[in-house]
Design a protein around this ligand. Sequence first.
Ligand code: UN1
Length: 493
Amino acid sequence: MNKYLNFINGEWREASSGESVPVTNPATGEVIGMVVQSTQEDVDAAVQSAKLAQKSWRLVPAPKRAEILYKVAYLLQERKEELSQTLTQEMGKVISEARGEVQEAIDMAYYMAGEGRRLFGDTVPSELQNKFAMSVRVPIGIAGLITPWNFPIAIASWKSLPALVSGNAVVWKPATETPAVAQGFVKIYEDAGLPKGLVNLVNGSGSVVGNAMVEHPDIDLISFTGSNEVGKQINERAGALLKRTSLEMGGKNAVTVLEDADLDLAVDGILWGAFGTSGQRCTASSRIIVHEKVKAELERKLVERIGELKLGNGLDETVNVGPVINRSSLERIDEYVKIGQAEGAKLLVGGRIATENGLNQGNFYAPTIFTDVTPDMRIAKEEIFGPVLSIIEVKSLEEAIEVNNSVEFGLSSAIFTADVNRAFQAMNDLDTGIVYVNAGTTGAEIHLPFGGTKGTGNGHRDSGVAALDVYTEWKSIYVDYSGKLQRAQIDNN
Ligand code: UN1
């Protein structure tokens, strides 16, 4: 039986509690390993080792730090297939998507390695003669990373790589559901020759390990991706300690389909965005906002095509939709479907736990579409995190934008239209951190900022160059080479 350990100060270790919990394959219900459950004591040990390691790491020139990141990229590439298989086994997403996710980590490693030779600051003219002015990025210290199970390696790469290239050390708590991929990623840091103590892996629960990280005086920032509820708690606790937080939380992403859209293309985008990863992406499409003139035709095409989606174990290359993460998630999704029906939405297709052909061994939900949904219904407002889509009818672009923006989240949105003017209108008015034109709501690329407005985040971004703002402080430096006292704002006015 596999046992997933902690990695602290360059050593693979048991947790101080001596306890562990099972890790289950969501497609088959099989236990694939045990993951250790850490305590405050393990977090303290991880922080201590991170602190010591960071003291010298901050002095290593960034291009040298980046050389290790390039090795991380090569090793990720070498182990791509192995990591993808592991990912599918413990998280459930279909193998082609698992490969895509590992690719996202590879892309991020190359991109952040490149930052080792940039990490740009500004050089600006001083207002005084014989004085030089510039700003540089400096590391913050120790970054505490708390990551979810739905993108266990991509999101960990978005956070750990910029933290490291800019000179920080990392204490990482992965999701309890996905310790094998976390172990595989940390092993790569180890094999790439990252000095010991710079990346520490502490497995365990949010309530014990997560809290201990948030409250630890020597962890300088927390970067979290997960639920809104937990994000808010983290922000409150960390806020009282004046600790920086970068929070990436829920979504209730909508695809708008206007009457001039290419409907077949829209159907492709919708099916991929809503049922890829079984709807368990923060970016998943969970609402369709469709113009009344094309609603019936879009629905007909969606129902026809949804029948082609094959449910099953993601390791089977012919499967399109894998399981959801666990039993309680499956039950929560089913509960939302009942809520939708009680609210008066019309179930077009799906709406049941799938049990045929051995699917009852895992946690499978039939791809589900509701229509005649109104924006005030709970299924149109709350994040379901499963393969459930709600169709809302509108009469104009203006109304579509209003409906799109009416939810408490603001991660991603999409519009299908052939009209360039209306596309630009939408780009301007859709209140989300990510906007797609003629594509679904998923599929962000790593060199652009990832994050959202309103209840989705707190203004920070993962990935892209914007990620560096999370892991660095600005230091403004003035060099006066005039040899005399020059008083800014006084001697030159
Ligand atoms: C997430 O769902 O939390 O844009 C991340 C996407 C992926 C990342 C999703 N590149 O859909």
